[in-house]
Design a protein around this ligand. Structure first.
Ligand SMILES: CC(C)(COP(=O)(O)OP(=O)(O)OC[C@H]1O[C@@H](n2cnc3c(N)ncnc32)[C@H](O)[C@@H]1OP(=O)(O)O)[C@@H](O)C(=O)NCCC(=O)NCCS
Length: 185
């Protein structure tokens, strides 16, 4: 596993609220858990992009972090100062029969979108997934054109659709588009 310092890189960007800031992308550390949870919760409460309606309790997030660190899961955060403003990971499912695939998740707080951070987070997760997974896969809601564009740009291919997959979104129900990418060592 790369240490935070070895795997970190930063970008300077102009956030929508007019501030100039430097966001660093680096692997998670245990003390990110609470801030990561707040970020996840904020995106969940938008009810537009991810299936969860709120983040799980902090104790669960901490347990997930410990497992992630133990298993050297590719899991990056984007941090503005001390605050986690986005994350991307390729999670390994529990079953040995599924262990060759990484399930990708990514999200950024609204003010940090569309300034290139998502592309950098995904590039980082792809890099850390080499030698760890044979393929990566994900689901994206049909109306999430921005995420779909990003995934296609970095080489994910559409491989199916689950009709009427999710209900209760801010805009109603939606399909899930399934995408996957083979990993070359
Ligand atoms: C999806 C997400 C991670 C992308 O990260 P990001 O930092 O906003 O994306 P980037 O700035 O790196 O790139 C966005 C790309 O989408 C394009 N884009 C933006 N809106 C678009 C739209 N409506 N249709 C198509 N493309 C769009 C941009 O032009 C840019 O393309 P380019 O790199 O070819 O110029 C981020 O927007 C986010 O967190 N969204 C909410 C949560 C979410 O959707 N998570 C994914 C769930 S599957």
């Amino acid at each position: 596993m790369l240490t935070p310092t070895e795997a970190s890189w930063g970008i300077h960007a102009h956030v929508r609220d007019g501030r100039d800031m430097a966001v660093i992308i680096r692997p998670i550390v245990l003390k990110d858990a609470a801030s990561y949870r707040r970020c996840w919760d904020a995106v969940a409460k938008e009810r537009r992009y991810i299936t969860e309606r709120k983040a799980p309790p902090l104790s669960e997030v901490r347990a997930q972090f410990r497992k992630t660190l133990r298993e050297k899961v590719p899991f990056l955060v984007a941090v503005d100062g001390e605050h986690v403003v986005g994350f991307a990971a390729a999670y390994r499912r529990g079953l040995p029969s599924l262990s060759h695939g990484g399930n990708v998740g990514i999200a950024l707080l609204p003010a940090y979108r569309e300034i290139g951070l998502g592309s950098k987070l995904m590039a980082g997760v792809l890099k850390l997934s080499r030698g760890k997974f044979a393929c990566l896969y994900l689901e994206v809601f049909g109306k999430n054109k921005r995420a779909y564009h990003l995934y296609k740009k970095i080489g994910f291919k559409p491989c199916g659709r689950i009709k009427n997959y999710v209900k209760g979104l801010a805009y109603g129900s939606d399909d899930a588009l399934l995408m996957q990418k083979q990993i070359h060592r």
